[in-house]
Design a protein around this ligand. Structure first.
Ligand SMILES: [Zn+2]
Length: 367
């Protein structure tokens, strides 16, 4: 990522503040899937918008596209370059109902389907996937600003790398399920913070967030390898109410062995901790005396993010099984969602909540 580009973007948006909205900031491109064979898209009043050539209205409520030798084949014609499918209402594609347009491009026989839609529409759908809509309005607004900042950063990164999309639709980017996750309460939070992102000086912030920190957030450096000064370890009230306050996970020796690349495990312990208290390295010994010292983050990824909710744990052996006892859920950096809920219930506004979890940053309205 290049800082001059970020600075230029913000300089541009600063000039545009109060003037006409910036289209550039308002569109987001989400990778849905790469696949082969026919791609079916359903909707009312479909139109086909090729990169070159005329827009065509399609008959019926379904379009079927495919790739042949790098060309998009649709409605009996071949197109060079991407083709967008638009409709008056939501589109049904790949098991999701989505707003905006679906852009399809081909490489040989492989198609790539990208959902192109306004950033604010995307955020309304994302918010319901990331935070329970029943959380207090100020917590939802804090989450909306964090999600918008995160999406903007990813968009700037993608542009620097020349990628045709900005984010994917999985938990690795932000959970995006389309219309099924829209909710009037999340829509209100997005609308109330329209165009607002977190920034430090002229730089948009990498606004990471997670479900529940366990009582203290983790530094960006320890949690994600991002040594950013606004991702400090800060205290958090989430333990009072979070369903992840205390958890216990039992893992069979064979499963742990597989996760760390050994044939067996005789013994395992936490070998070192981060300054925030989370496990940093484990020491795992096999029955043949082999030793591995994987990072706790690697072990969590191998066992599964759901299975091992966080890296803040103790580890001991109990009757041939290995017991992880821990607190929190997620990587622990940036905004803690359960903490945000409690701060909101105590009467804090979303700006205060964001200032707590991302110290030294400010909310800026960029469109
Ligand atoms: Zn917390």
């Amino acid at each position: 990522m290049s800082l001059p580009i970020l600075a230029a973007l913000f300089a541009q948006t600063a000039i545009a503040a109060g003037a006409a909205p910036l289209d550039e900031s308002e569109e987001i491109r989400i990778l849905l899937q790469v696949g082969r064979g026919p791609l079916r898209i359903g909707a009312e009043r479909l139109t086909l918008v090729p990169n070159e050539g005329e827009t065509t209205s399609l008959e019926g409520a379904q379009a079927s596209l495919a790739c042949v030798q790098g060309r998009v084949v649709a409605a009996g014609k071949k197109y060079v370059g991407p083709v967008a499918i638009a409709a008056e209402g939501p589109l049904e594609v790949l098991g999701r109902r989505l707003r905006g347009q679906i852009e399809v491009s081909c490489a040989g026989q492989l198609w790539t389907a990208i959902n192109v839609l306004p950033m604010e529409t995307y955020l309304t759908a994302v918010l319901g996937g990331e935070m329970p809509p029943g959380f207090p309005p100020e917590a939802l607004k804090a989450q909306a600003v964090a999600a918008r900042s995160y999406a903007l950063m990813r968009k700037i990164d993608a542009r620097d790398q020349g990628k045709p999309y900005h984010l994917s639709a999985t938990v690795l980017s932000q959970v995006y399920a389309g219309l099924s996750r829209e909710d009037p309460r999340t829509a209100t939070a997005v609308e109330a913070t329209r165009g607002e992102v977190l920034a430090q000086g002229v730089t948009p912030v990498e606004a990471y967030f997670h479900a529940s920190c366990g009582g203290k957030t983790e530094t960006g450096s320890a949690a994600l390898g991002r040594p950013l000064d606004y991702l400090k370890s800060v205290s958090c009230p989430c333990q009072a109410r979070s369903p992840y306050a205390h958890w216990r996970v039992e893992v069979a020796a064979e499963e742990l062995a597989k996760a760390v690349g050994l044939t067996s495990v005789a013994d395992a312990e936490v070998a070192s901790r981060t300054s925030g208290g989370r496990a940093s390295k484990l020491r795992v010994k096999s029955e043949h005396g082999e030793e591995r010292t994987p990072s706790a983050i690697q072990v969590r990824a191998s066992l599964g993010y759901q299975r091992l909710p966080s890296t803040w744990f103790d580890l001991h052996k109990e009757g041939g099984r290995f017991v992880f006892e821990g607190r929190g859920s997620g990587h622990g950096a940036g905004l803690c969602q359960w903490g945000a809920r409690l701060l909101a219930e105590e009467g804090q506004g979303y700006r205060e909540i964001l200032a707590h979890y991302y110290p030294g940053t400010e909310v800026e309205k960029i469109y």
